[in-house]
Structure formats: C-alpha cells, structure tokens
Design a protein around this ligand. Sequence first.
Ligand code: ATP
Ligand code: MG
Length: 260
Amino acid sequence: MTIANQKGGVGKTTSAVNVAAALALHGLKVLVIDLDPQGNASTALGVEHRSGTPSIYEVLIGDVSLPDATAVSDQSDDLFCVPATLDLAGAEIELVSMASRESRLKEALTSQSLDELDIDYVFIDCPPSLGLLTVNALVAAREVFIPIQCEYYALEGLGQLLSNIELVQSHLNPSLDVSTILLTMYDGRTKLADQVADEVRRHFGEVVLNTIIPRSVKVSEAPGYGQTVLAYDPGSRGSMSYMDAAREVAERGVEEKESA
Ligand code: ATP
Ligand code: MG
C-alpha cells in the first residue's frame, strides 16, 4: 500500500507507522518503506537513518538490494523499515536520467525479496509531492491509502492526486486501486471537522474507513521518542484508533482474498 497525499502534514507518516505497528502487534510481518527524504517514518520506527546508512536511496539507484537495506524496528521483531536518509533528497533529480525511472522501486520490491524477509504487508510512506518518488510508489503498489486531515482545504489538491493516480493506472500500473481513505486529526469540538468528514464520505463512500483518527497530543509526542504511539502510549485514544484502523485494513484484505 502506498500512503500518498501531496498535501504536507496530513498524517501520511503517522498513519503508515501506526497502522504498520498495529498489524505487527498481531503477528503479521510488516515492512515500512520510507520514501521521504525527511526520514520521519524511520525516526518513528527508531531506525538508524544517518547519511551513509544503507537506505531506500541505494535501493533506487541499484547499489543495494531491498533486503540488504532493511532494518528491524526496535519496537517489534515483526516490524521492518527501509530507512530514508538525506541522500534521497537528490534522487528526485538523479532518477530523471535513469532507465525505467518510474519503476525502480517496483523492480526492487520483487516477490523474491519480500519472501526472503517473509513480509505480509508493505506500506510505502510518500513525500508531500507528486514527483518521481511518489510515482515510483504508485507504480510499485497495488493499493493507494490516502490520509485526509479533517480541516478546511482538506480536499484541495486531492483532484490532482487522483488524476495522477489515473495517469499511472492507464500507463504504468493498471491494477492500482484507491482502496483506503483515512480521516485524521479529527477534532470533535469543531463543526468543521464533521463537515469535512461528511463531505469525504459523500465523495468516496465505502473506500473511507469507519475509524476516524482523533487529534491527540500522544500521537504527536511519540515520534519525539523515536516511537509509534502504540509503543509510546498503548492505552491512549490515538493508539486505540490506529488499532481499529489497522483491523479494518486487515479485514478488507481478507475479504479481497476470499472474493478473488
Ligand atoms: P509530510 O507531508 O511532511 O510528510 P505527513 O503527511 O507525513 O507530513 P505527519 O508527519 O504524519 O504528516 O503528521 C504531521 C504532524 O501532525 C506531525 O507533527 C504529527 O506528529 C502530527 N499528527 C499526526 N496525526 C496526529 C493526530 N492524530 N493528533 C495530533 N497530531 C498528529
Ligand atoms: Mg511524512
């Protein structure tokens, strides 16, 4: 699953690491690929990402295999991460002149490398842009997971994301599906949050998860300790809501398998 939304700060990274951690807590083996030079997902998973560490950058340019760049999170033996270092900041430009520049992540994410690591789920955390890194993520994935912040302007720019997804579907990855939308940072005290949530549900229907992630201080504090909120404060509202979201994601996966 590729977690994408070119709007910054909507909860992409928070959703990637916490849904991943929740699935890992249930014994599934989960890999988070940090595809953002900011390296926020690597930070939240407590994984080394200083410049020079084998990372997604070396994987994209073909210097290192995916398994060789994969680290285990200190929070769970079932939670893995391919970190992003600052080197990735140059990749957007370096990739332009490379062969099959849109499919380099797909080529690295072979079933052989996933089997080697025995992975059940992969989440790709995108940067807040629609550049080549995000295109690589959309080409490599089967599903797109879009976090939407319950704020004014939340839907702005979404049209652009969706038309980019359509372009990728028609040219590079026909089986790509926008399968999941998650409403994040919901503040029940404001009417606006409800209005945004209603509008998103009207627009996208069943794709929207029933679970809504509330705005919660614990969620925002956790990365400061190099942790997911599930590790930082397992009983908190934020933690519980990410557990619920992950359960929905897992149940949908099972339904899909059964209908296939
Ligand atoms: P970017 O576009 O920069 O990659 P992003 O979409 O990955 O951002 P996050 O980094 O997940 O967004 O979240 C943005 C900020 O909001 C972070 O400081 C995060 O800790 C905080 N945040 C995310 N979800 C919540 C929440 N439910 N409650 C409170 N704070 C949150
Ligand atoms: Mg992020």
